[in-house]
Ligand binder design. Structure first.
Ligand code: AMP
Length: 645
């Protein structure tokens, strides 16, 4: 049965209000009519079950009409961020073989063959003119309902295939766990292109026969005023929302007494924000954990302790375990392991990508989430970081989130992000970006001392920076890729120690180029070659070309065997975005291969990724899910046994 059939079968009173958006009020009867018109429009366009419909529209009720209409007809939907660039839209349209794209007026992507476009400005008319067609025919439960391109802050987006059965499992599970009822009034401030705003919030409300009031793009004051004015009972947010709420001047007062539940997810909710919100507004936020590929799977309890820093317990039907990311062995309670998820909410795989699909499941058929977590003795899970954010400083594991939590406890710190950057001696070293609270006068030395009193020496940041804000994506996740790139750039610009001067010369040339100074491509390749010439005696090379933001090319050498966890970062080379062309990669590859050959290396792989994925990722994901783009590979011979320096 299609997701929509199950959903609409629950709508027992067409006069009930389903949605409001400013002056617009839509009853469940109106919504049914709107969905039928969307079905008419899709059918008139000649689409058939299985044809992919892409939606990249500003937040509007038409998104809902189209998502429900398309899924009712068995047409998978690709929901897209309306702030995507043309290149991002082009990629997702091509990757999903979209047949029909509903696009914002300003977007001008390349269209795959046979893909037609309906513009946002023409859509209301097109829907109004379309015949209302009640969807008929059956859609299998395991058919794809949504292709959710993962919003991760590293790697090229992959299309996660979310089935009709997954949607039912996600929404019905939360319905019980969070005690949804038809009396609920949800205040909706989240984007509709992501599972949080679309499935958890919007579909949750529709499943309950409840009412949703939309507010425009998030604004802290407008949102709380709307909750007060509309008598909302439910609100769902990302941590940034709650952070903004607690920053509001005390003089502002809101009546939030009718709210029965505030939830938070998509990124970690700092304990001081949870506590601060409770102190100020009298509500303890319920934090939960989810991921496009697995749905919402862990939640603090509705009744019972909502623990700061914890994402709670598995929802009914969800299997959640912790395992060693490399060996797959189960992790003991209290130890850090990779969170693995099984159960009815788990996606079917990645579109057109059996290799990545296979890599994303472990031997027990559970999804490798890439999130590192611990479990308290009574079963509560705590996310301690991303596998890819793990910093290995001098061979010791440092979890940036643990350090961030300590720094956030400082009364003058508003926000903080710790990342690992390349370090010639340690491999990696931890650095911190700090946003001070307004009026804070603290010197960085004092924060450093605070950290040293509370953290083992190897966990304390080696360098600090004051910043005015942290870069975040639409779901409030901090973009550590960008922070890392910003930290590493000046190092290269500033030159390097004498023992790596050969590398520095090449890097410096490229850094100049990345600042807009003209340099011949050949000079850039010489830089890459210099890196490899320097590394005589290395057994194995990984060259990684990356950088959505910085246009970064990272060349890394591994000194030990693939299975050892030691990766030595020798240097990174920055390439101007203009070099991100195939011909350039080829030439770079050639330089790398030549360098490797002369140094007696056993092989070369060149990875190209859209963002600044580091070699540690390449190494780990090599073992886990092959989440990279390997353009070229040359193996001279199998890598020999580990050679430690
Ligand atoms: P997405 O697929 O865009 O929903 O992103 C999923 C990722 O968001 C997860 O793998 C986690 O890294 C992160 N995430 C979601 N909820 C939480 C949470 N409550 N605490 C920490 N990280 C979270």
């Amino acid at each position: 049965m299609s997701w929509y059939q199950r959903l609409s079968a629950r709508w027992d009173d067409s006069s009930r209000i389903a949605l409001t958006n400013g002056d617009l009020t839509v009853t469940y009867g109106d919504l049914t009519e709107r969905v039928h018109r969307a079905c008419g429009l899709l059918q008139q366009a000649g689409l058939e079950p299985g044809d992919v419909v892409a939606i990249q529209l500003p937040r509007s009720i038409e998104i809902l009409d189209l998502v429900l209409g398309a899924t009712a007809l068995g047409m998978p939907v690709v929901p897209m961020n309306d702030r995507y660039t043309d290149a991002e839209v082009s990629y997702q349209l091509a990757d999903s073989f979209a047949k029909l794209a509903f696009l914002s007026d300003g977007t001008a992507p390349e269209l795959p063959p046979g893909c037609r476009v309906v513009r946002a400005s023409a859509l209301p008319r097109a829907l109004a003119d379309a015949p209302a067609r009640k969807p008929t025919g059956t859609v299998p439960d395991d058919a794809t309902a949504i292709i959710g391109y993962t919003s991760g802050t590293t790697g090229r987006p992959k299309g996660a295939l979310i089935t009709h059965a997954n949607l039912t499992a996600i929404v019905s599970g939360l319905h019980g766990a969070w005690r949804w009822s038809r009396e609920d009034r949800l205040l909706h401030a989240l984007p509709l292109f992501h599972i949080h705003g679309l499935f958890v919030a919007q579909f949750g409300a529709l499943w309950a026969n409840a009412r949703t009031d939309w507010v425009g793009r998030f604004d802290a004051v407008d949102t709380l005023r709307a909750i007060d004015r509309l008598g909302s009972t439910l609100f769902m947010g990302v941590p940034t929302f709650y952070q903004r709420f607690i920053e509001l001047p005390d003089a502002l007062r809101f009546d939030l007494s009718r709210v029965r539940l505030f939830t938070c997810g998509s990124a970690p909710l700092p304990a001081h924000v949870l506590d601060g919100f409770e102190r100020r507004f009298g509500h303890r936020v319920l934090e939960r954990y989810g991921m496009t590929e697995v749905g919402i799977v862990l939640s603090n309890p509705y009744e019972g302790a909502r623990r700061a820093g914890a994402v709670g317990l598995p929802l009914p039907g969800v299997e959640a375990t912790l395992a060693d990311p490399v060996t797959d062995a189960p992790t003991a309670d209290g130890d850090v392991g990779e969170l693995r998820i099984g159960g009815p909410t788990v996606f079917r795989g990645y579109l057109n990508n059996p290799e990545k699909t296979a890599g994303s499941f472990d031997a027990n058929g559970r999804v490798r989430t890439g999130d590192l977590a611990t479990r308290d003795a009574d079963g509560y899970f705590r996310i301690v970081g991303r596998l890819r954010d793990l910093v290995i400083a001098g061979g010791l594991n440092v979890y940036p989130s643990e350090v961030e939590a300590v720094l956030l406890d400082h009364p003058d710190v508003a926000e903080v992000a710790c990342v690992g950057v390349i370090d010639v001696d340690l491999g990696e070293r931890l650095v911190a970006d700090v946003v001070w609270k307004p009026g804070a006068t603290l010197a960085m030395e004092a924060l450093d001392a605070w950290a040293r009193q509370r953290l083992a020496p190897y966990k304390t940041p080696r360098a600090w920076r004051t910043v005015s804000s942290l870069p975040r994506n639409a779901m409030g996740k901090v973009d550590k890729t960008l922070i890392r790139a910003e930290w590493e750039m000046p190092r290269v610009r500033g030159g390097l120690a004498a023992d790596v001067s050969a590398i520095a010369r090449g890097n410096l040339a490229l850094a100049l180029e990345s600042e807009g100074l003209r340099l011949e491509a050949e000079t850039a390749f010489e830089g890459a070659r210099a890196v490899f010439d320097r590394n005589v005696g290395a057994r194995y090379f990984v060259a990684e070309v990356a950088g959505a933001y910085a246009g970064q090319c990272m060349v890394t050498t591994e000194w030990s065997d693939w299975r050892a966890r030691q990766i030595w970062w020798l240097q990174s080379v920055y390439v101007h975005p203009a070099y991100r062309k195939r011909g350039v990669f080829k030439a770079l590859y050639k330089a790398v291969v030549d360098g490797a050959r002369t140094s007696g290396a056993s092989g070369v792989r060149l990875y190209v990724d859209r963002s600044n994925t580091r070699a540690i990722d390449v190494y780990r994901r090599q073992q886990m899910n092959g989440d990279h783009y390997m353009l070229f590979e040359t193996m001279f011979a199998e890598p020999e046994k580990a050679v430690d320096r």
